[in-house]
Write a protein that binds this ligand. Structure first.
Ligand code: SF4
Ligand code: SF4
Length: 372
């Protein structure tokens, strides 16, 4: 007599957390996706009928990911929309009426050219267009129709400081009563052009300043050039004219994770700096090849800050920015917290540390289909 081996049911090695929509990384078709939890990490799994299964890391700390949900708040609906709901997100982009949040940071790309040639450029910058001043004024007027009282406009590119009318564009935004007008820049023109700096001193825009780190190798691999001296010179000039600066570091695994703490400590001590922003590199444009299971996520950056910085921060000091839906996470702390360390108590300036997740391209777009 033979005894049949009992067939035992087995548990999956993951928990199905939620369902969402995404796109196929090969053909860009909109497809269903699952958010799963495994080994205290969060992953997205999705299947394209033509290209099969894909999986990518969403967060390297599932507990932190789930805890962040309690900070969600109802979205604020804009006064008007620019497209209709027809084919579904993200094909109706406009904003369409299905969008769940207003524009908290309006970003205007004024040109596509740049005075750098970074290997990681997600914009794949090259000379293709310059917006005219009239076009930018039209965009600002439309923004006011949509928002009523927009709080922030950021001029970006390409490299916006090489646009011949960037100063007039900043003035046009300020003339419309927008309180926070920012220029997103690599700082080269600020380091080298005295007349431009003198004009910035009159207008006083905030400066969203590309600053990646201190190691020669970091600068070479991220920017294709050793730019540290130029960046420090530009920062000192911005301090001299009393402009508010946010340091913005692109973070790539195995390139400069070790510099996260040094960037925070430098920002706390530099007189121009009001904030440090960490942006995990976006793998589009000139920088496509990567392993989605190894991407840098917000918990990686937070652990880097806590472990490396001399500011004595702990993980509980960081809270998600509440207006961002989970797929577009941003996290912030204030360095009034960091400055509880006596090392920093001498400074009276306020400064914030932000990290931004790579999983959604624009934090202003909470309903956007998620990539993973
Ligand atoms: S991302 Fe927002 S605006 Fe774009 S299609 Fe989706 S819901 Fe509409
Ligand atoms: S990443 Fe920025 S600075 Fe570098 S080439 Fe692209 S637009 Fe220019």
């Amino acid at each position: 007599m033979t005894i049949e081996k009992a067939r035992l049911k087995q548990d999956a090695d993951y928990i199905l957390h939620e369902l969402t929509r995404s796109i196929c990384p090969e053909c860009k078709t909109v497809i269903d996706a699952q958010i799963i939890l495994r080994d205290n990490k969060v992953y997205m799994r999705k299947r394209c009928p033509d290209h099969g299964w894909f999986e990518g890391l969403v967060s390297s700390d599932a507990e932190m990911y789930i805890a962040g949900a309690k900070f969600n708040k109802p979205g604020t609906i804009p006064l008007d929309f620019s497209t209709e709901v027809r084919d579904g997100c993200p094909l109706d982009c406009g904003l369409c009426p299905e969008h769940k949040q207003h524009t908290c940071v309006a970003l205007i790309e004024v040109n596509s050219a740049c005075n750098l040639d970074c290997p990681i450029c997600f914009a794949d910058a090259s000379p293709a267009f310059d917006l005219t001043l009239a076009e930018v004024e039209g965009m600002l007027d439309r923004l006011i129709e949509l928002e009523g009282n927009p709080e922030v406009v950021q001029f970006s590119g390409g490299e916006p400081t090489i646009h011949p009318q960037i100063l007039e564009m900043v003035a046009a935004a300020q003339a419309r009563g927008i309180p926070n007008v920012m220029i997103n820049t690599n700082g080269l023109r600020i380091a080298h052009d005295d007349d431009f700096v003198a004009e910035l001193a009159k207008l006083k825009p905030a400066i969203y300043f590309q600053f990646d780190g201190f190691d020669r190798e970091t600068n070479d691999r991220i920017r294709g050039a050793d730019l540290l001296k130029t960046k420090l010179k530009a920062l000192d000039r911005l301090a001299e004219i009393d402009l508010d600066v946010a340091l913005v570091a692109a973070i790539e695994r195995d390139v400069k994770m070790h510099e996260i703490g040094a960037l925070v400590d430098f920002g706390i001590q530099h007189p121009a700096v009001r904030g440090v922003v960490f942006q995990p590199v976006t793998h589009v444009g000139r920088h496509i090849p990567f392993d989605p299971m190894l991407r840098v996520t917000i918990p990686d950056v937070l652990h880097g800050i806590v472990d490396q910085s001399k500011a004595e921060l702990v993980l509980d000091d960081f809270v998600p920015v509440p207006c961002c839906f989970p797929p577009a996470r941003s996290t912030r702390t204030s360095t009034s917290t960091a400055r509880r360390s006596s090392r920093y108590r001498a400074s009276s300036r306020s400064m914030s540390t932000w990290t931004t997740s790579p999983i959604a391209p624009r934090p202003t777009c909470p309903a956007r289909t998620r990539s993973g």
